[in-house]
Design a binder for this molecule. Sequence first.
Ligand code: R5P
Length: 350
Amino acid sequence: MDWGKQNRMARILRPENGRGVWLAVDHGYFLGPTRKLEEPRKTIEPLLPYCEALFVTRGVLRTSVDPNTSTPIVLRVSGGSSVVGKDLADEGVTTSIREAIRLNATAVGLSIFVGSEYESQTLKNLANLVNEAEEFGLPVLAVTAVGKELEKRDARFLSLSCRIAAELGATVVKTYHCEGFEKVVAGCPVPIVIAGGPKMETELQVFEITYNAVQNGASGVDMGRNIWQNDSPLGMIKGIRAIVHENATTKQALEIYNSVKSGKLLPTGSETLWDLIQKQLKGFGFQLRQTKYGPISVFYDDKRILRIWLRKRFVSVKTDVPVKTGWTAIQDEKEMTKILDPVLKRLAKS
Ligand code: R5P
C-alpha cells in the first residue's frame, strides 16, 4: 500500500489493533432531518472526541463540524435519492475527489446496492471512485446498502456484496452484522466495519452485535442511530469503545453505559490500584501513563486544582484534597478514591 494511503488508514483504524469506532452522521443525505440529527452540530460535537472518524457529507461537514477538529473525516460522496423518492438505490457520485481533498478528507465513502435495479450503476460508481481516489492515495469505503429492504441482511447477501466491493477495489467495507457473520468476514479480503441500522430496543442488543462482530473479525463500527438516538449517546459510544478497543464484554459495556448515564462511578472490586484505576477510566477514552512518579501522577497546585496526567491530556479538577504542591504518586486505594472520585464524576458527565 502506498505510504499516503497507509497513513490515512492508520488514522482511522488504529495501527495497534487495526480497529476503529467511526461515528456515522450522514443520514440526512437521504433521510433529511431525521430524529436526533435535526441539528447536526449538537449531535456531533459531544461525540467527536470519542471516535476515530466521522462519516459525514460535505454539507454537514462545512456547516456543523469545527474545522479545528483533529478527528479524521470519511466523506460520504454518493447520493441523489431520497426516502420519499422512487428508489433509494438510484445513487450517483455527488462529490469530486478534488473537493474531498480540499476538505482534507482522510477517506471517501459511497453506497453500493447489490441486487437492486441500480446494481450496475452503483458498482460502477464504486469502481470509478476507486480509480480516482487511488491516484491520491485516498482510501475508499463501500457501504453495502439495502435501502428499505432490511430483511436482505443475511450472511449470503452480505458476503456477496462485501466481496464484490472488495473486488472492485474498496479499501474498507461497511456492512451489517448478521447470523454467520464470520463467513462474511472470511470472504472479504479487506477490513469490515459494521453499521447499526435502525435503533434497537435495548442497549445490550447494540453491545451484543458490536461484541459479536468484533469477535468474529470486524475492525470496528461505523455506527449512527444506535448511538445518537439513544438517551445517552456518550454512554453508548463509550461502551462501544470499550468493546472495540479494550475487548470489554457486553456486561462491562453496559456498566460503562449505566455509569455514564447516571453520572455514578463504576463499582470497585479488590483489584490492584492500577487495575482499579484502569477499570474506572476504561471507556472514557483515557489511558493512564506510567511515569517515574508511579502508576498515576497527580499534580496539586496551590489553588486546590488537581491535574492528572492521562495519556491524551491533563484533566483538571477542583478538589478538597489537602494542598500539596508538586508531583506525587497515589499510594493506596483510599487515597485514589478520594482523589479520583471528582475526576471520574467529571469525566462521566463530560
Ligand atoms: C446509511 O446508508 C448511512 O450511510 C449510515 O451511515 C449507516 O447506515 C450507518 O448508520 P446506522 O448505524 O444508523 O445504520
